[in-house]
Write a protein of this length. Sequence first.
Length: 253
Amino acid sequence: MALFISWLLISSVSCKRDPGLAPDLGYNYFPDQPGRFVVYTVDSFFYNGITTPATVINTKFQIKEKIESVYTDNEGRPTMRLERYIKMYDPAVPYSAMSWTLKDVWAQNKTKKNVERVEENVRFVKLLFPVREDQVWNGNAKNTIGEENYKYEFFDLERTIGNIKFDSVLQVSQHNETSLVHQVYAEEKYARNAGMIYKRVIDVNSQPPSSWNTNPPMPFLSDSLSAFYARPILSRASSGFHYTMIVNAYGIE
């Protein structure tokens, strides 16, 4: 009996969390080591509203984002220099046969509280720590665009993105607004030890052909308008854009 009680005590102690073990705040959803890179395949659509129906311009390319180095910013914070390279799609030449061309340089900061990233001279709060289900924050807190509530839709879920299987993925919902004539949507996905692995942005308007604007309305227009608005908005967009960035490769070099 004494041996049994001793075994229970040892088991109870061994099952308790090591008080010296730091809590998991989700920091590795955003790796910050110099040399870290992610390659994305990008598919973008621009709707030129000058013509009817709108002219759709589809552009394909690859983007490579690499943490080139870390320096100290004017606030005394470690800041990552993010170099972004591009390869434009050519049906006659595979991406693997192309050379990278430097496109631009961004900056990003990772602190104990959040991740801030400067994109085209605009600073966004991309992630908030700790990563948890009820986290909501203003992604535009560091710029003048206007308040925008970001939130975690999920985290630590297994997902396959761009034919790569990740065991721990989170999704940030940045905007989700849809009406019959306008849609704005933005989301990003991150994976532990990889960083951002997916991004989708939609900002489109949809208006019926101007020739339908008759006074009084023609009898056929009621049914035509119903059929028009019944279609998905991206299939009837008259202006705006949308694009997706999907991870193709990642690592450290």
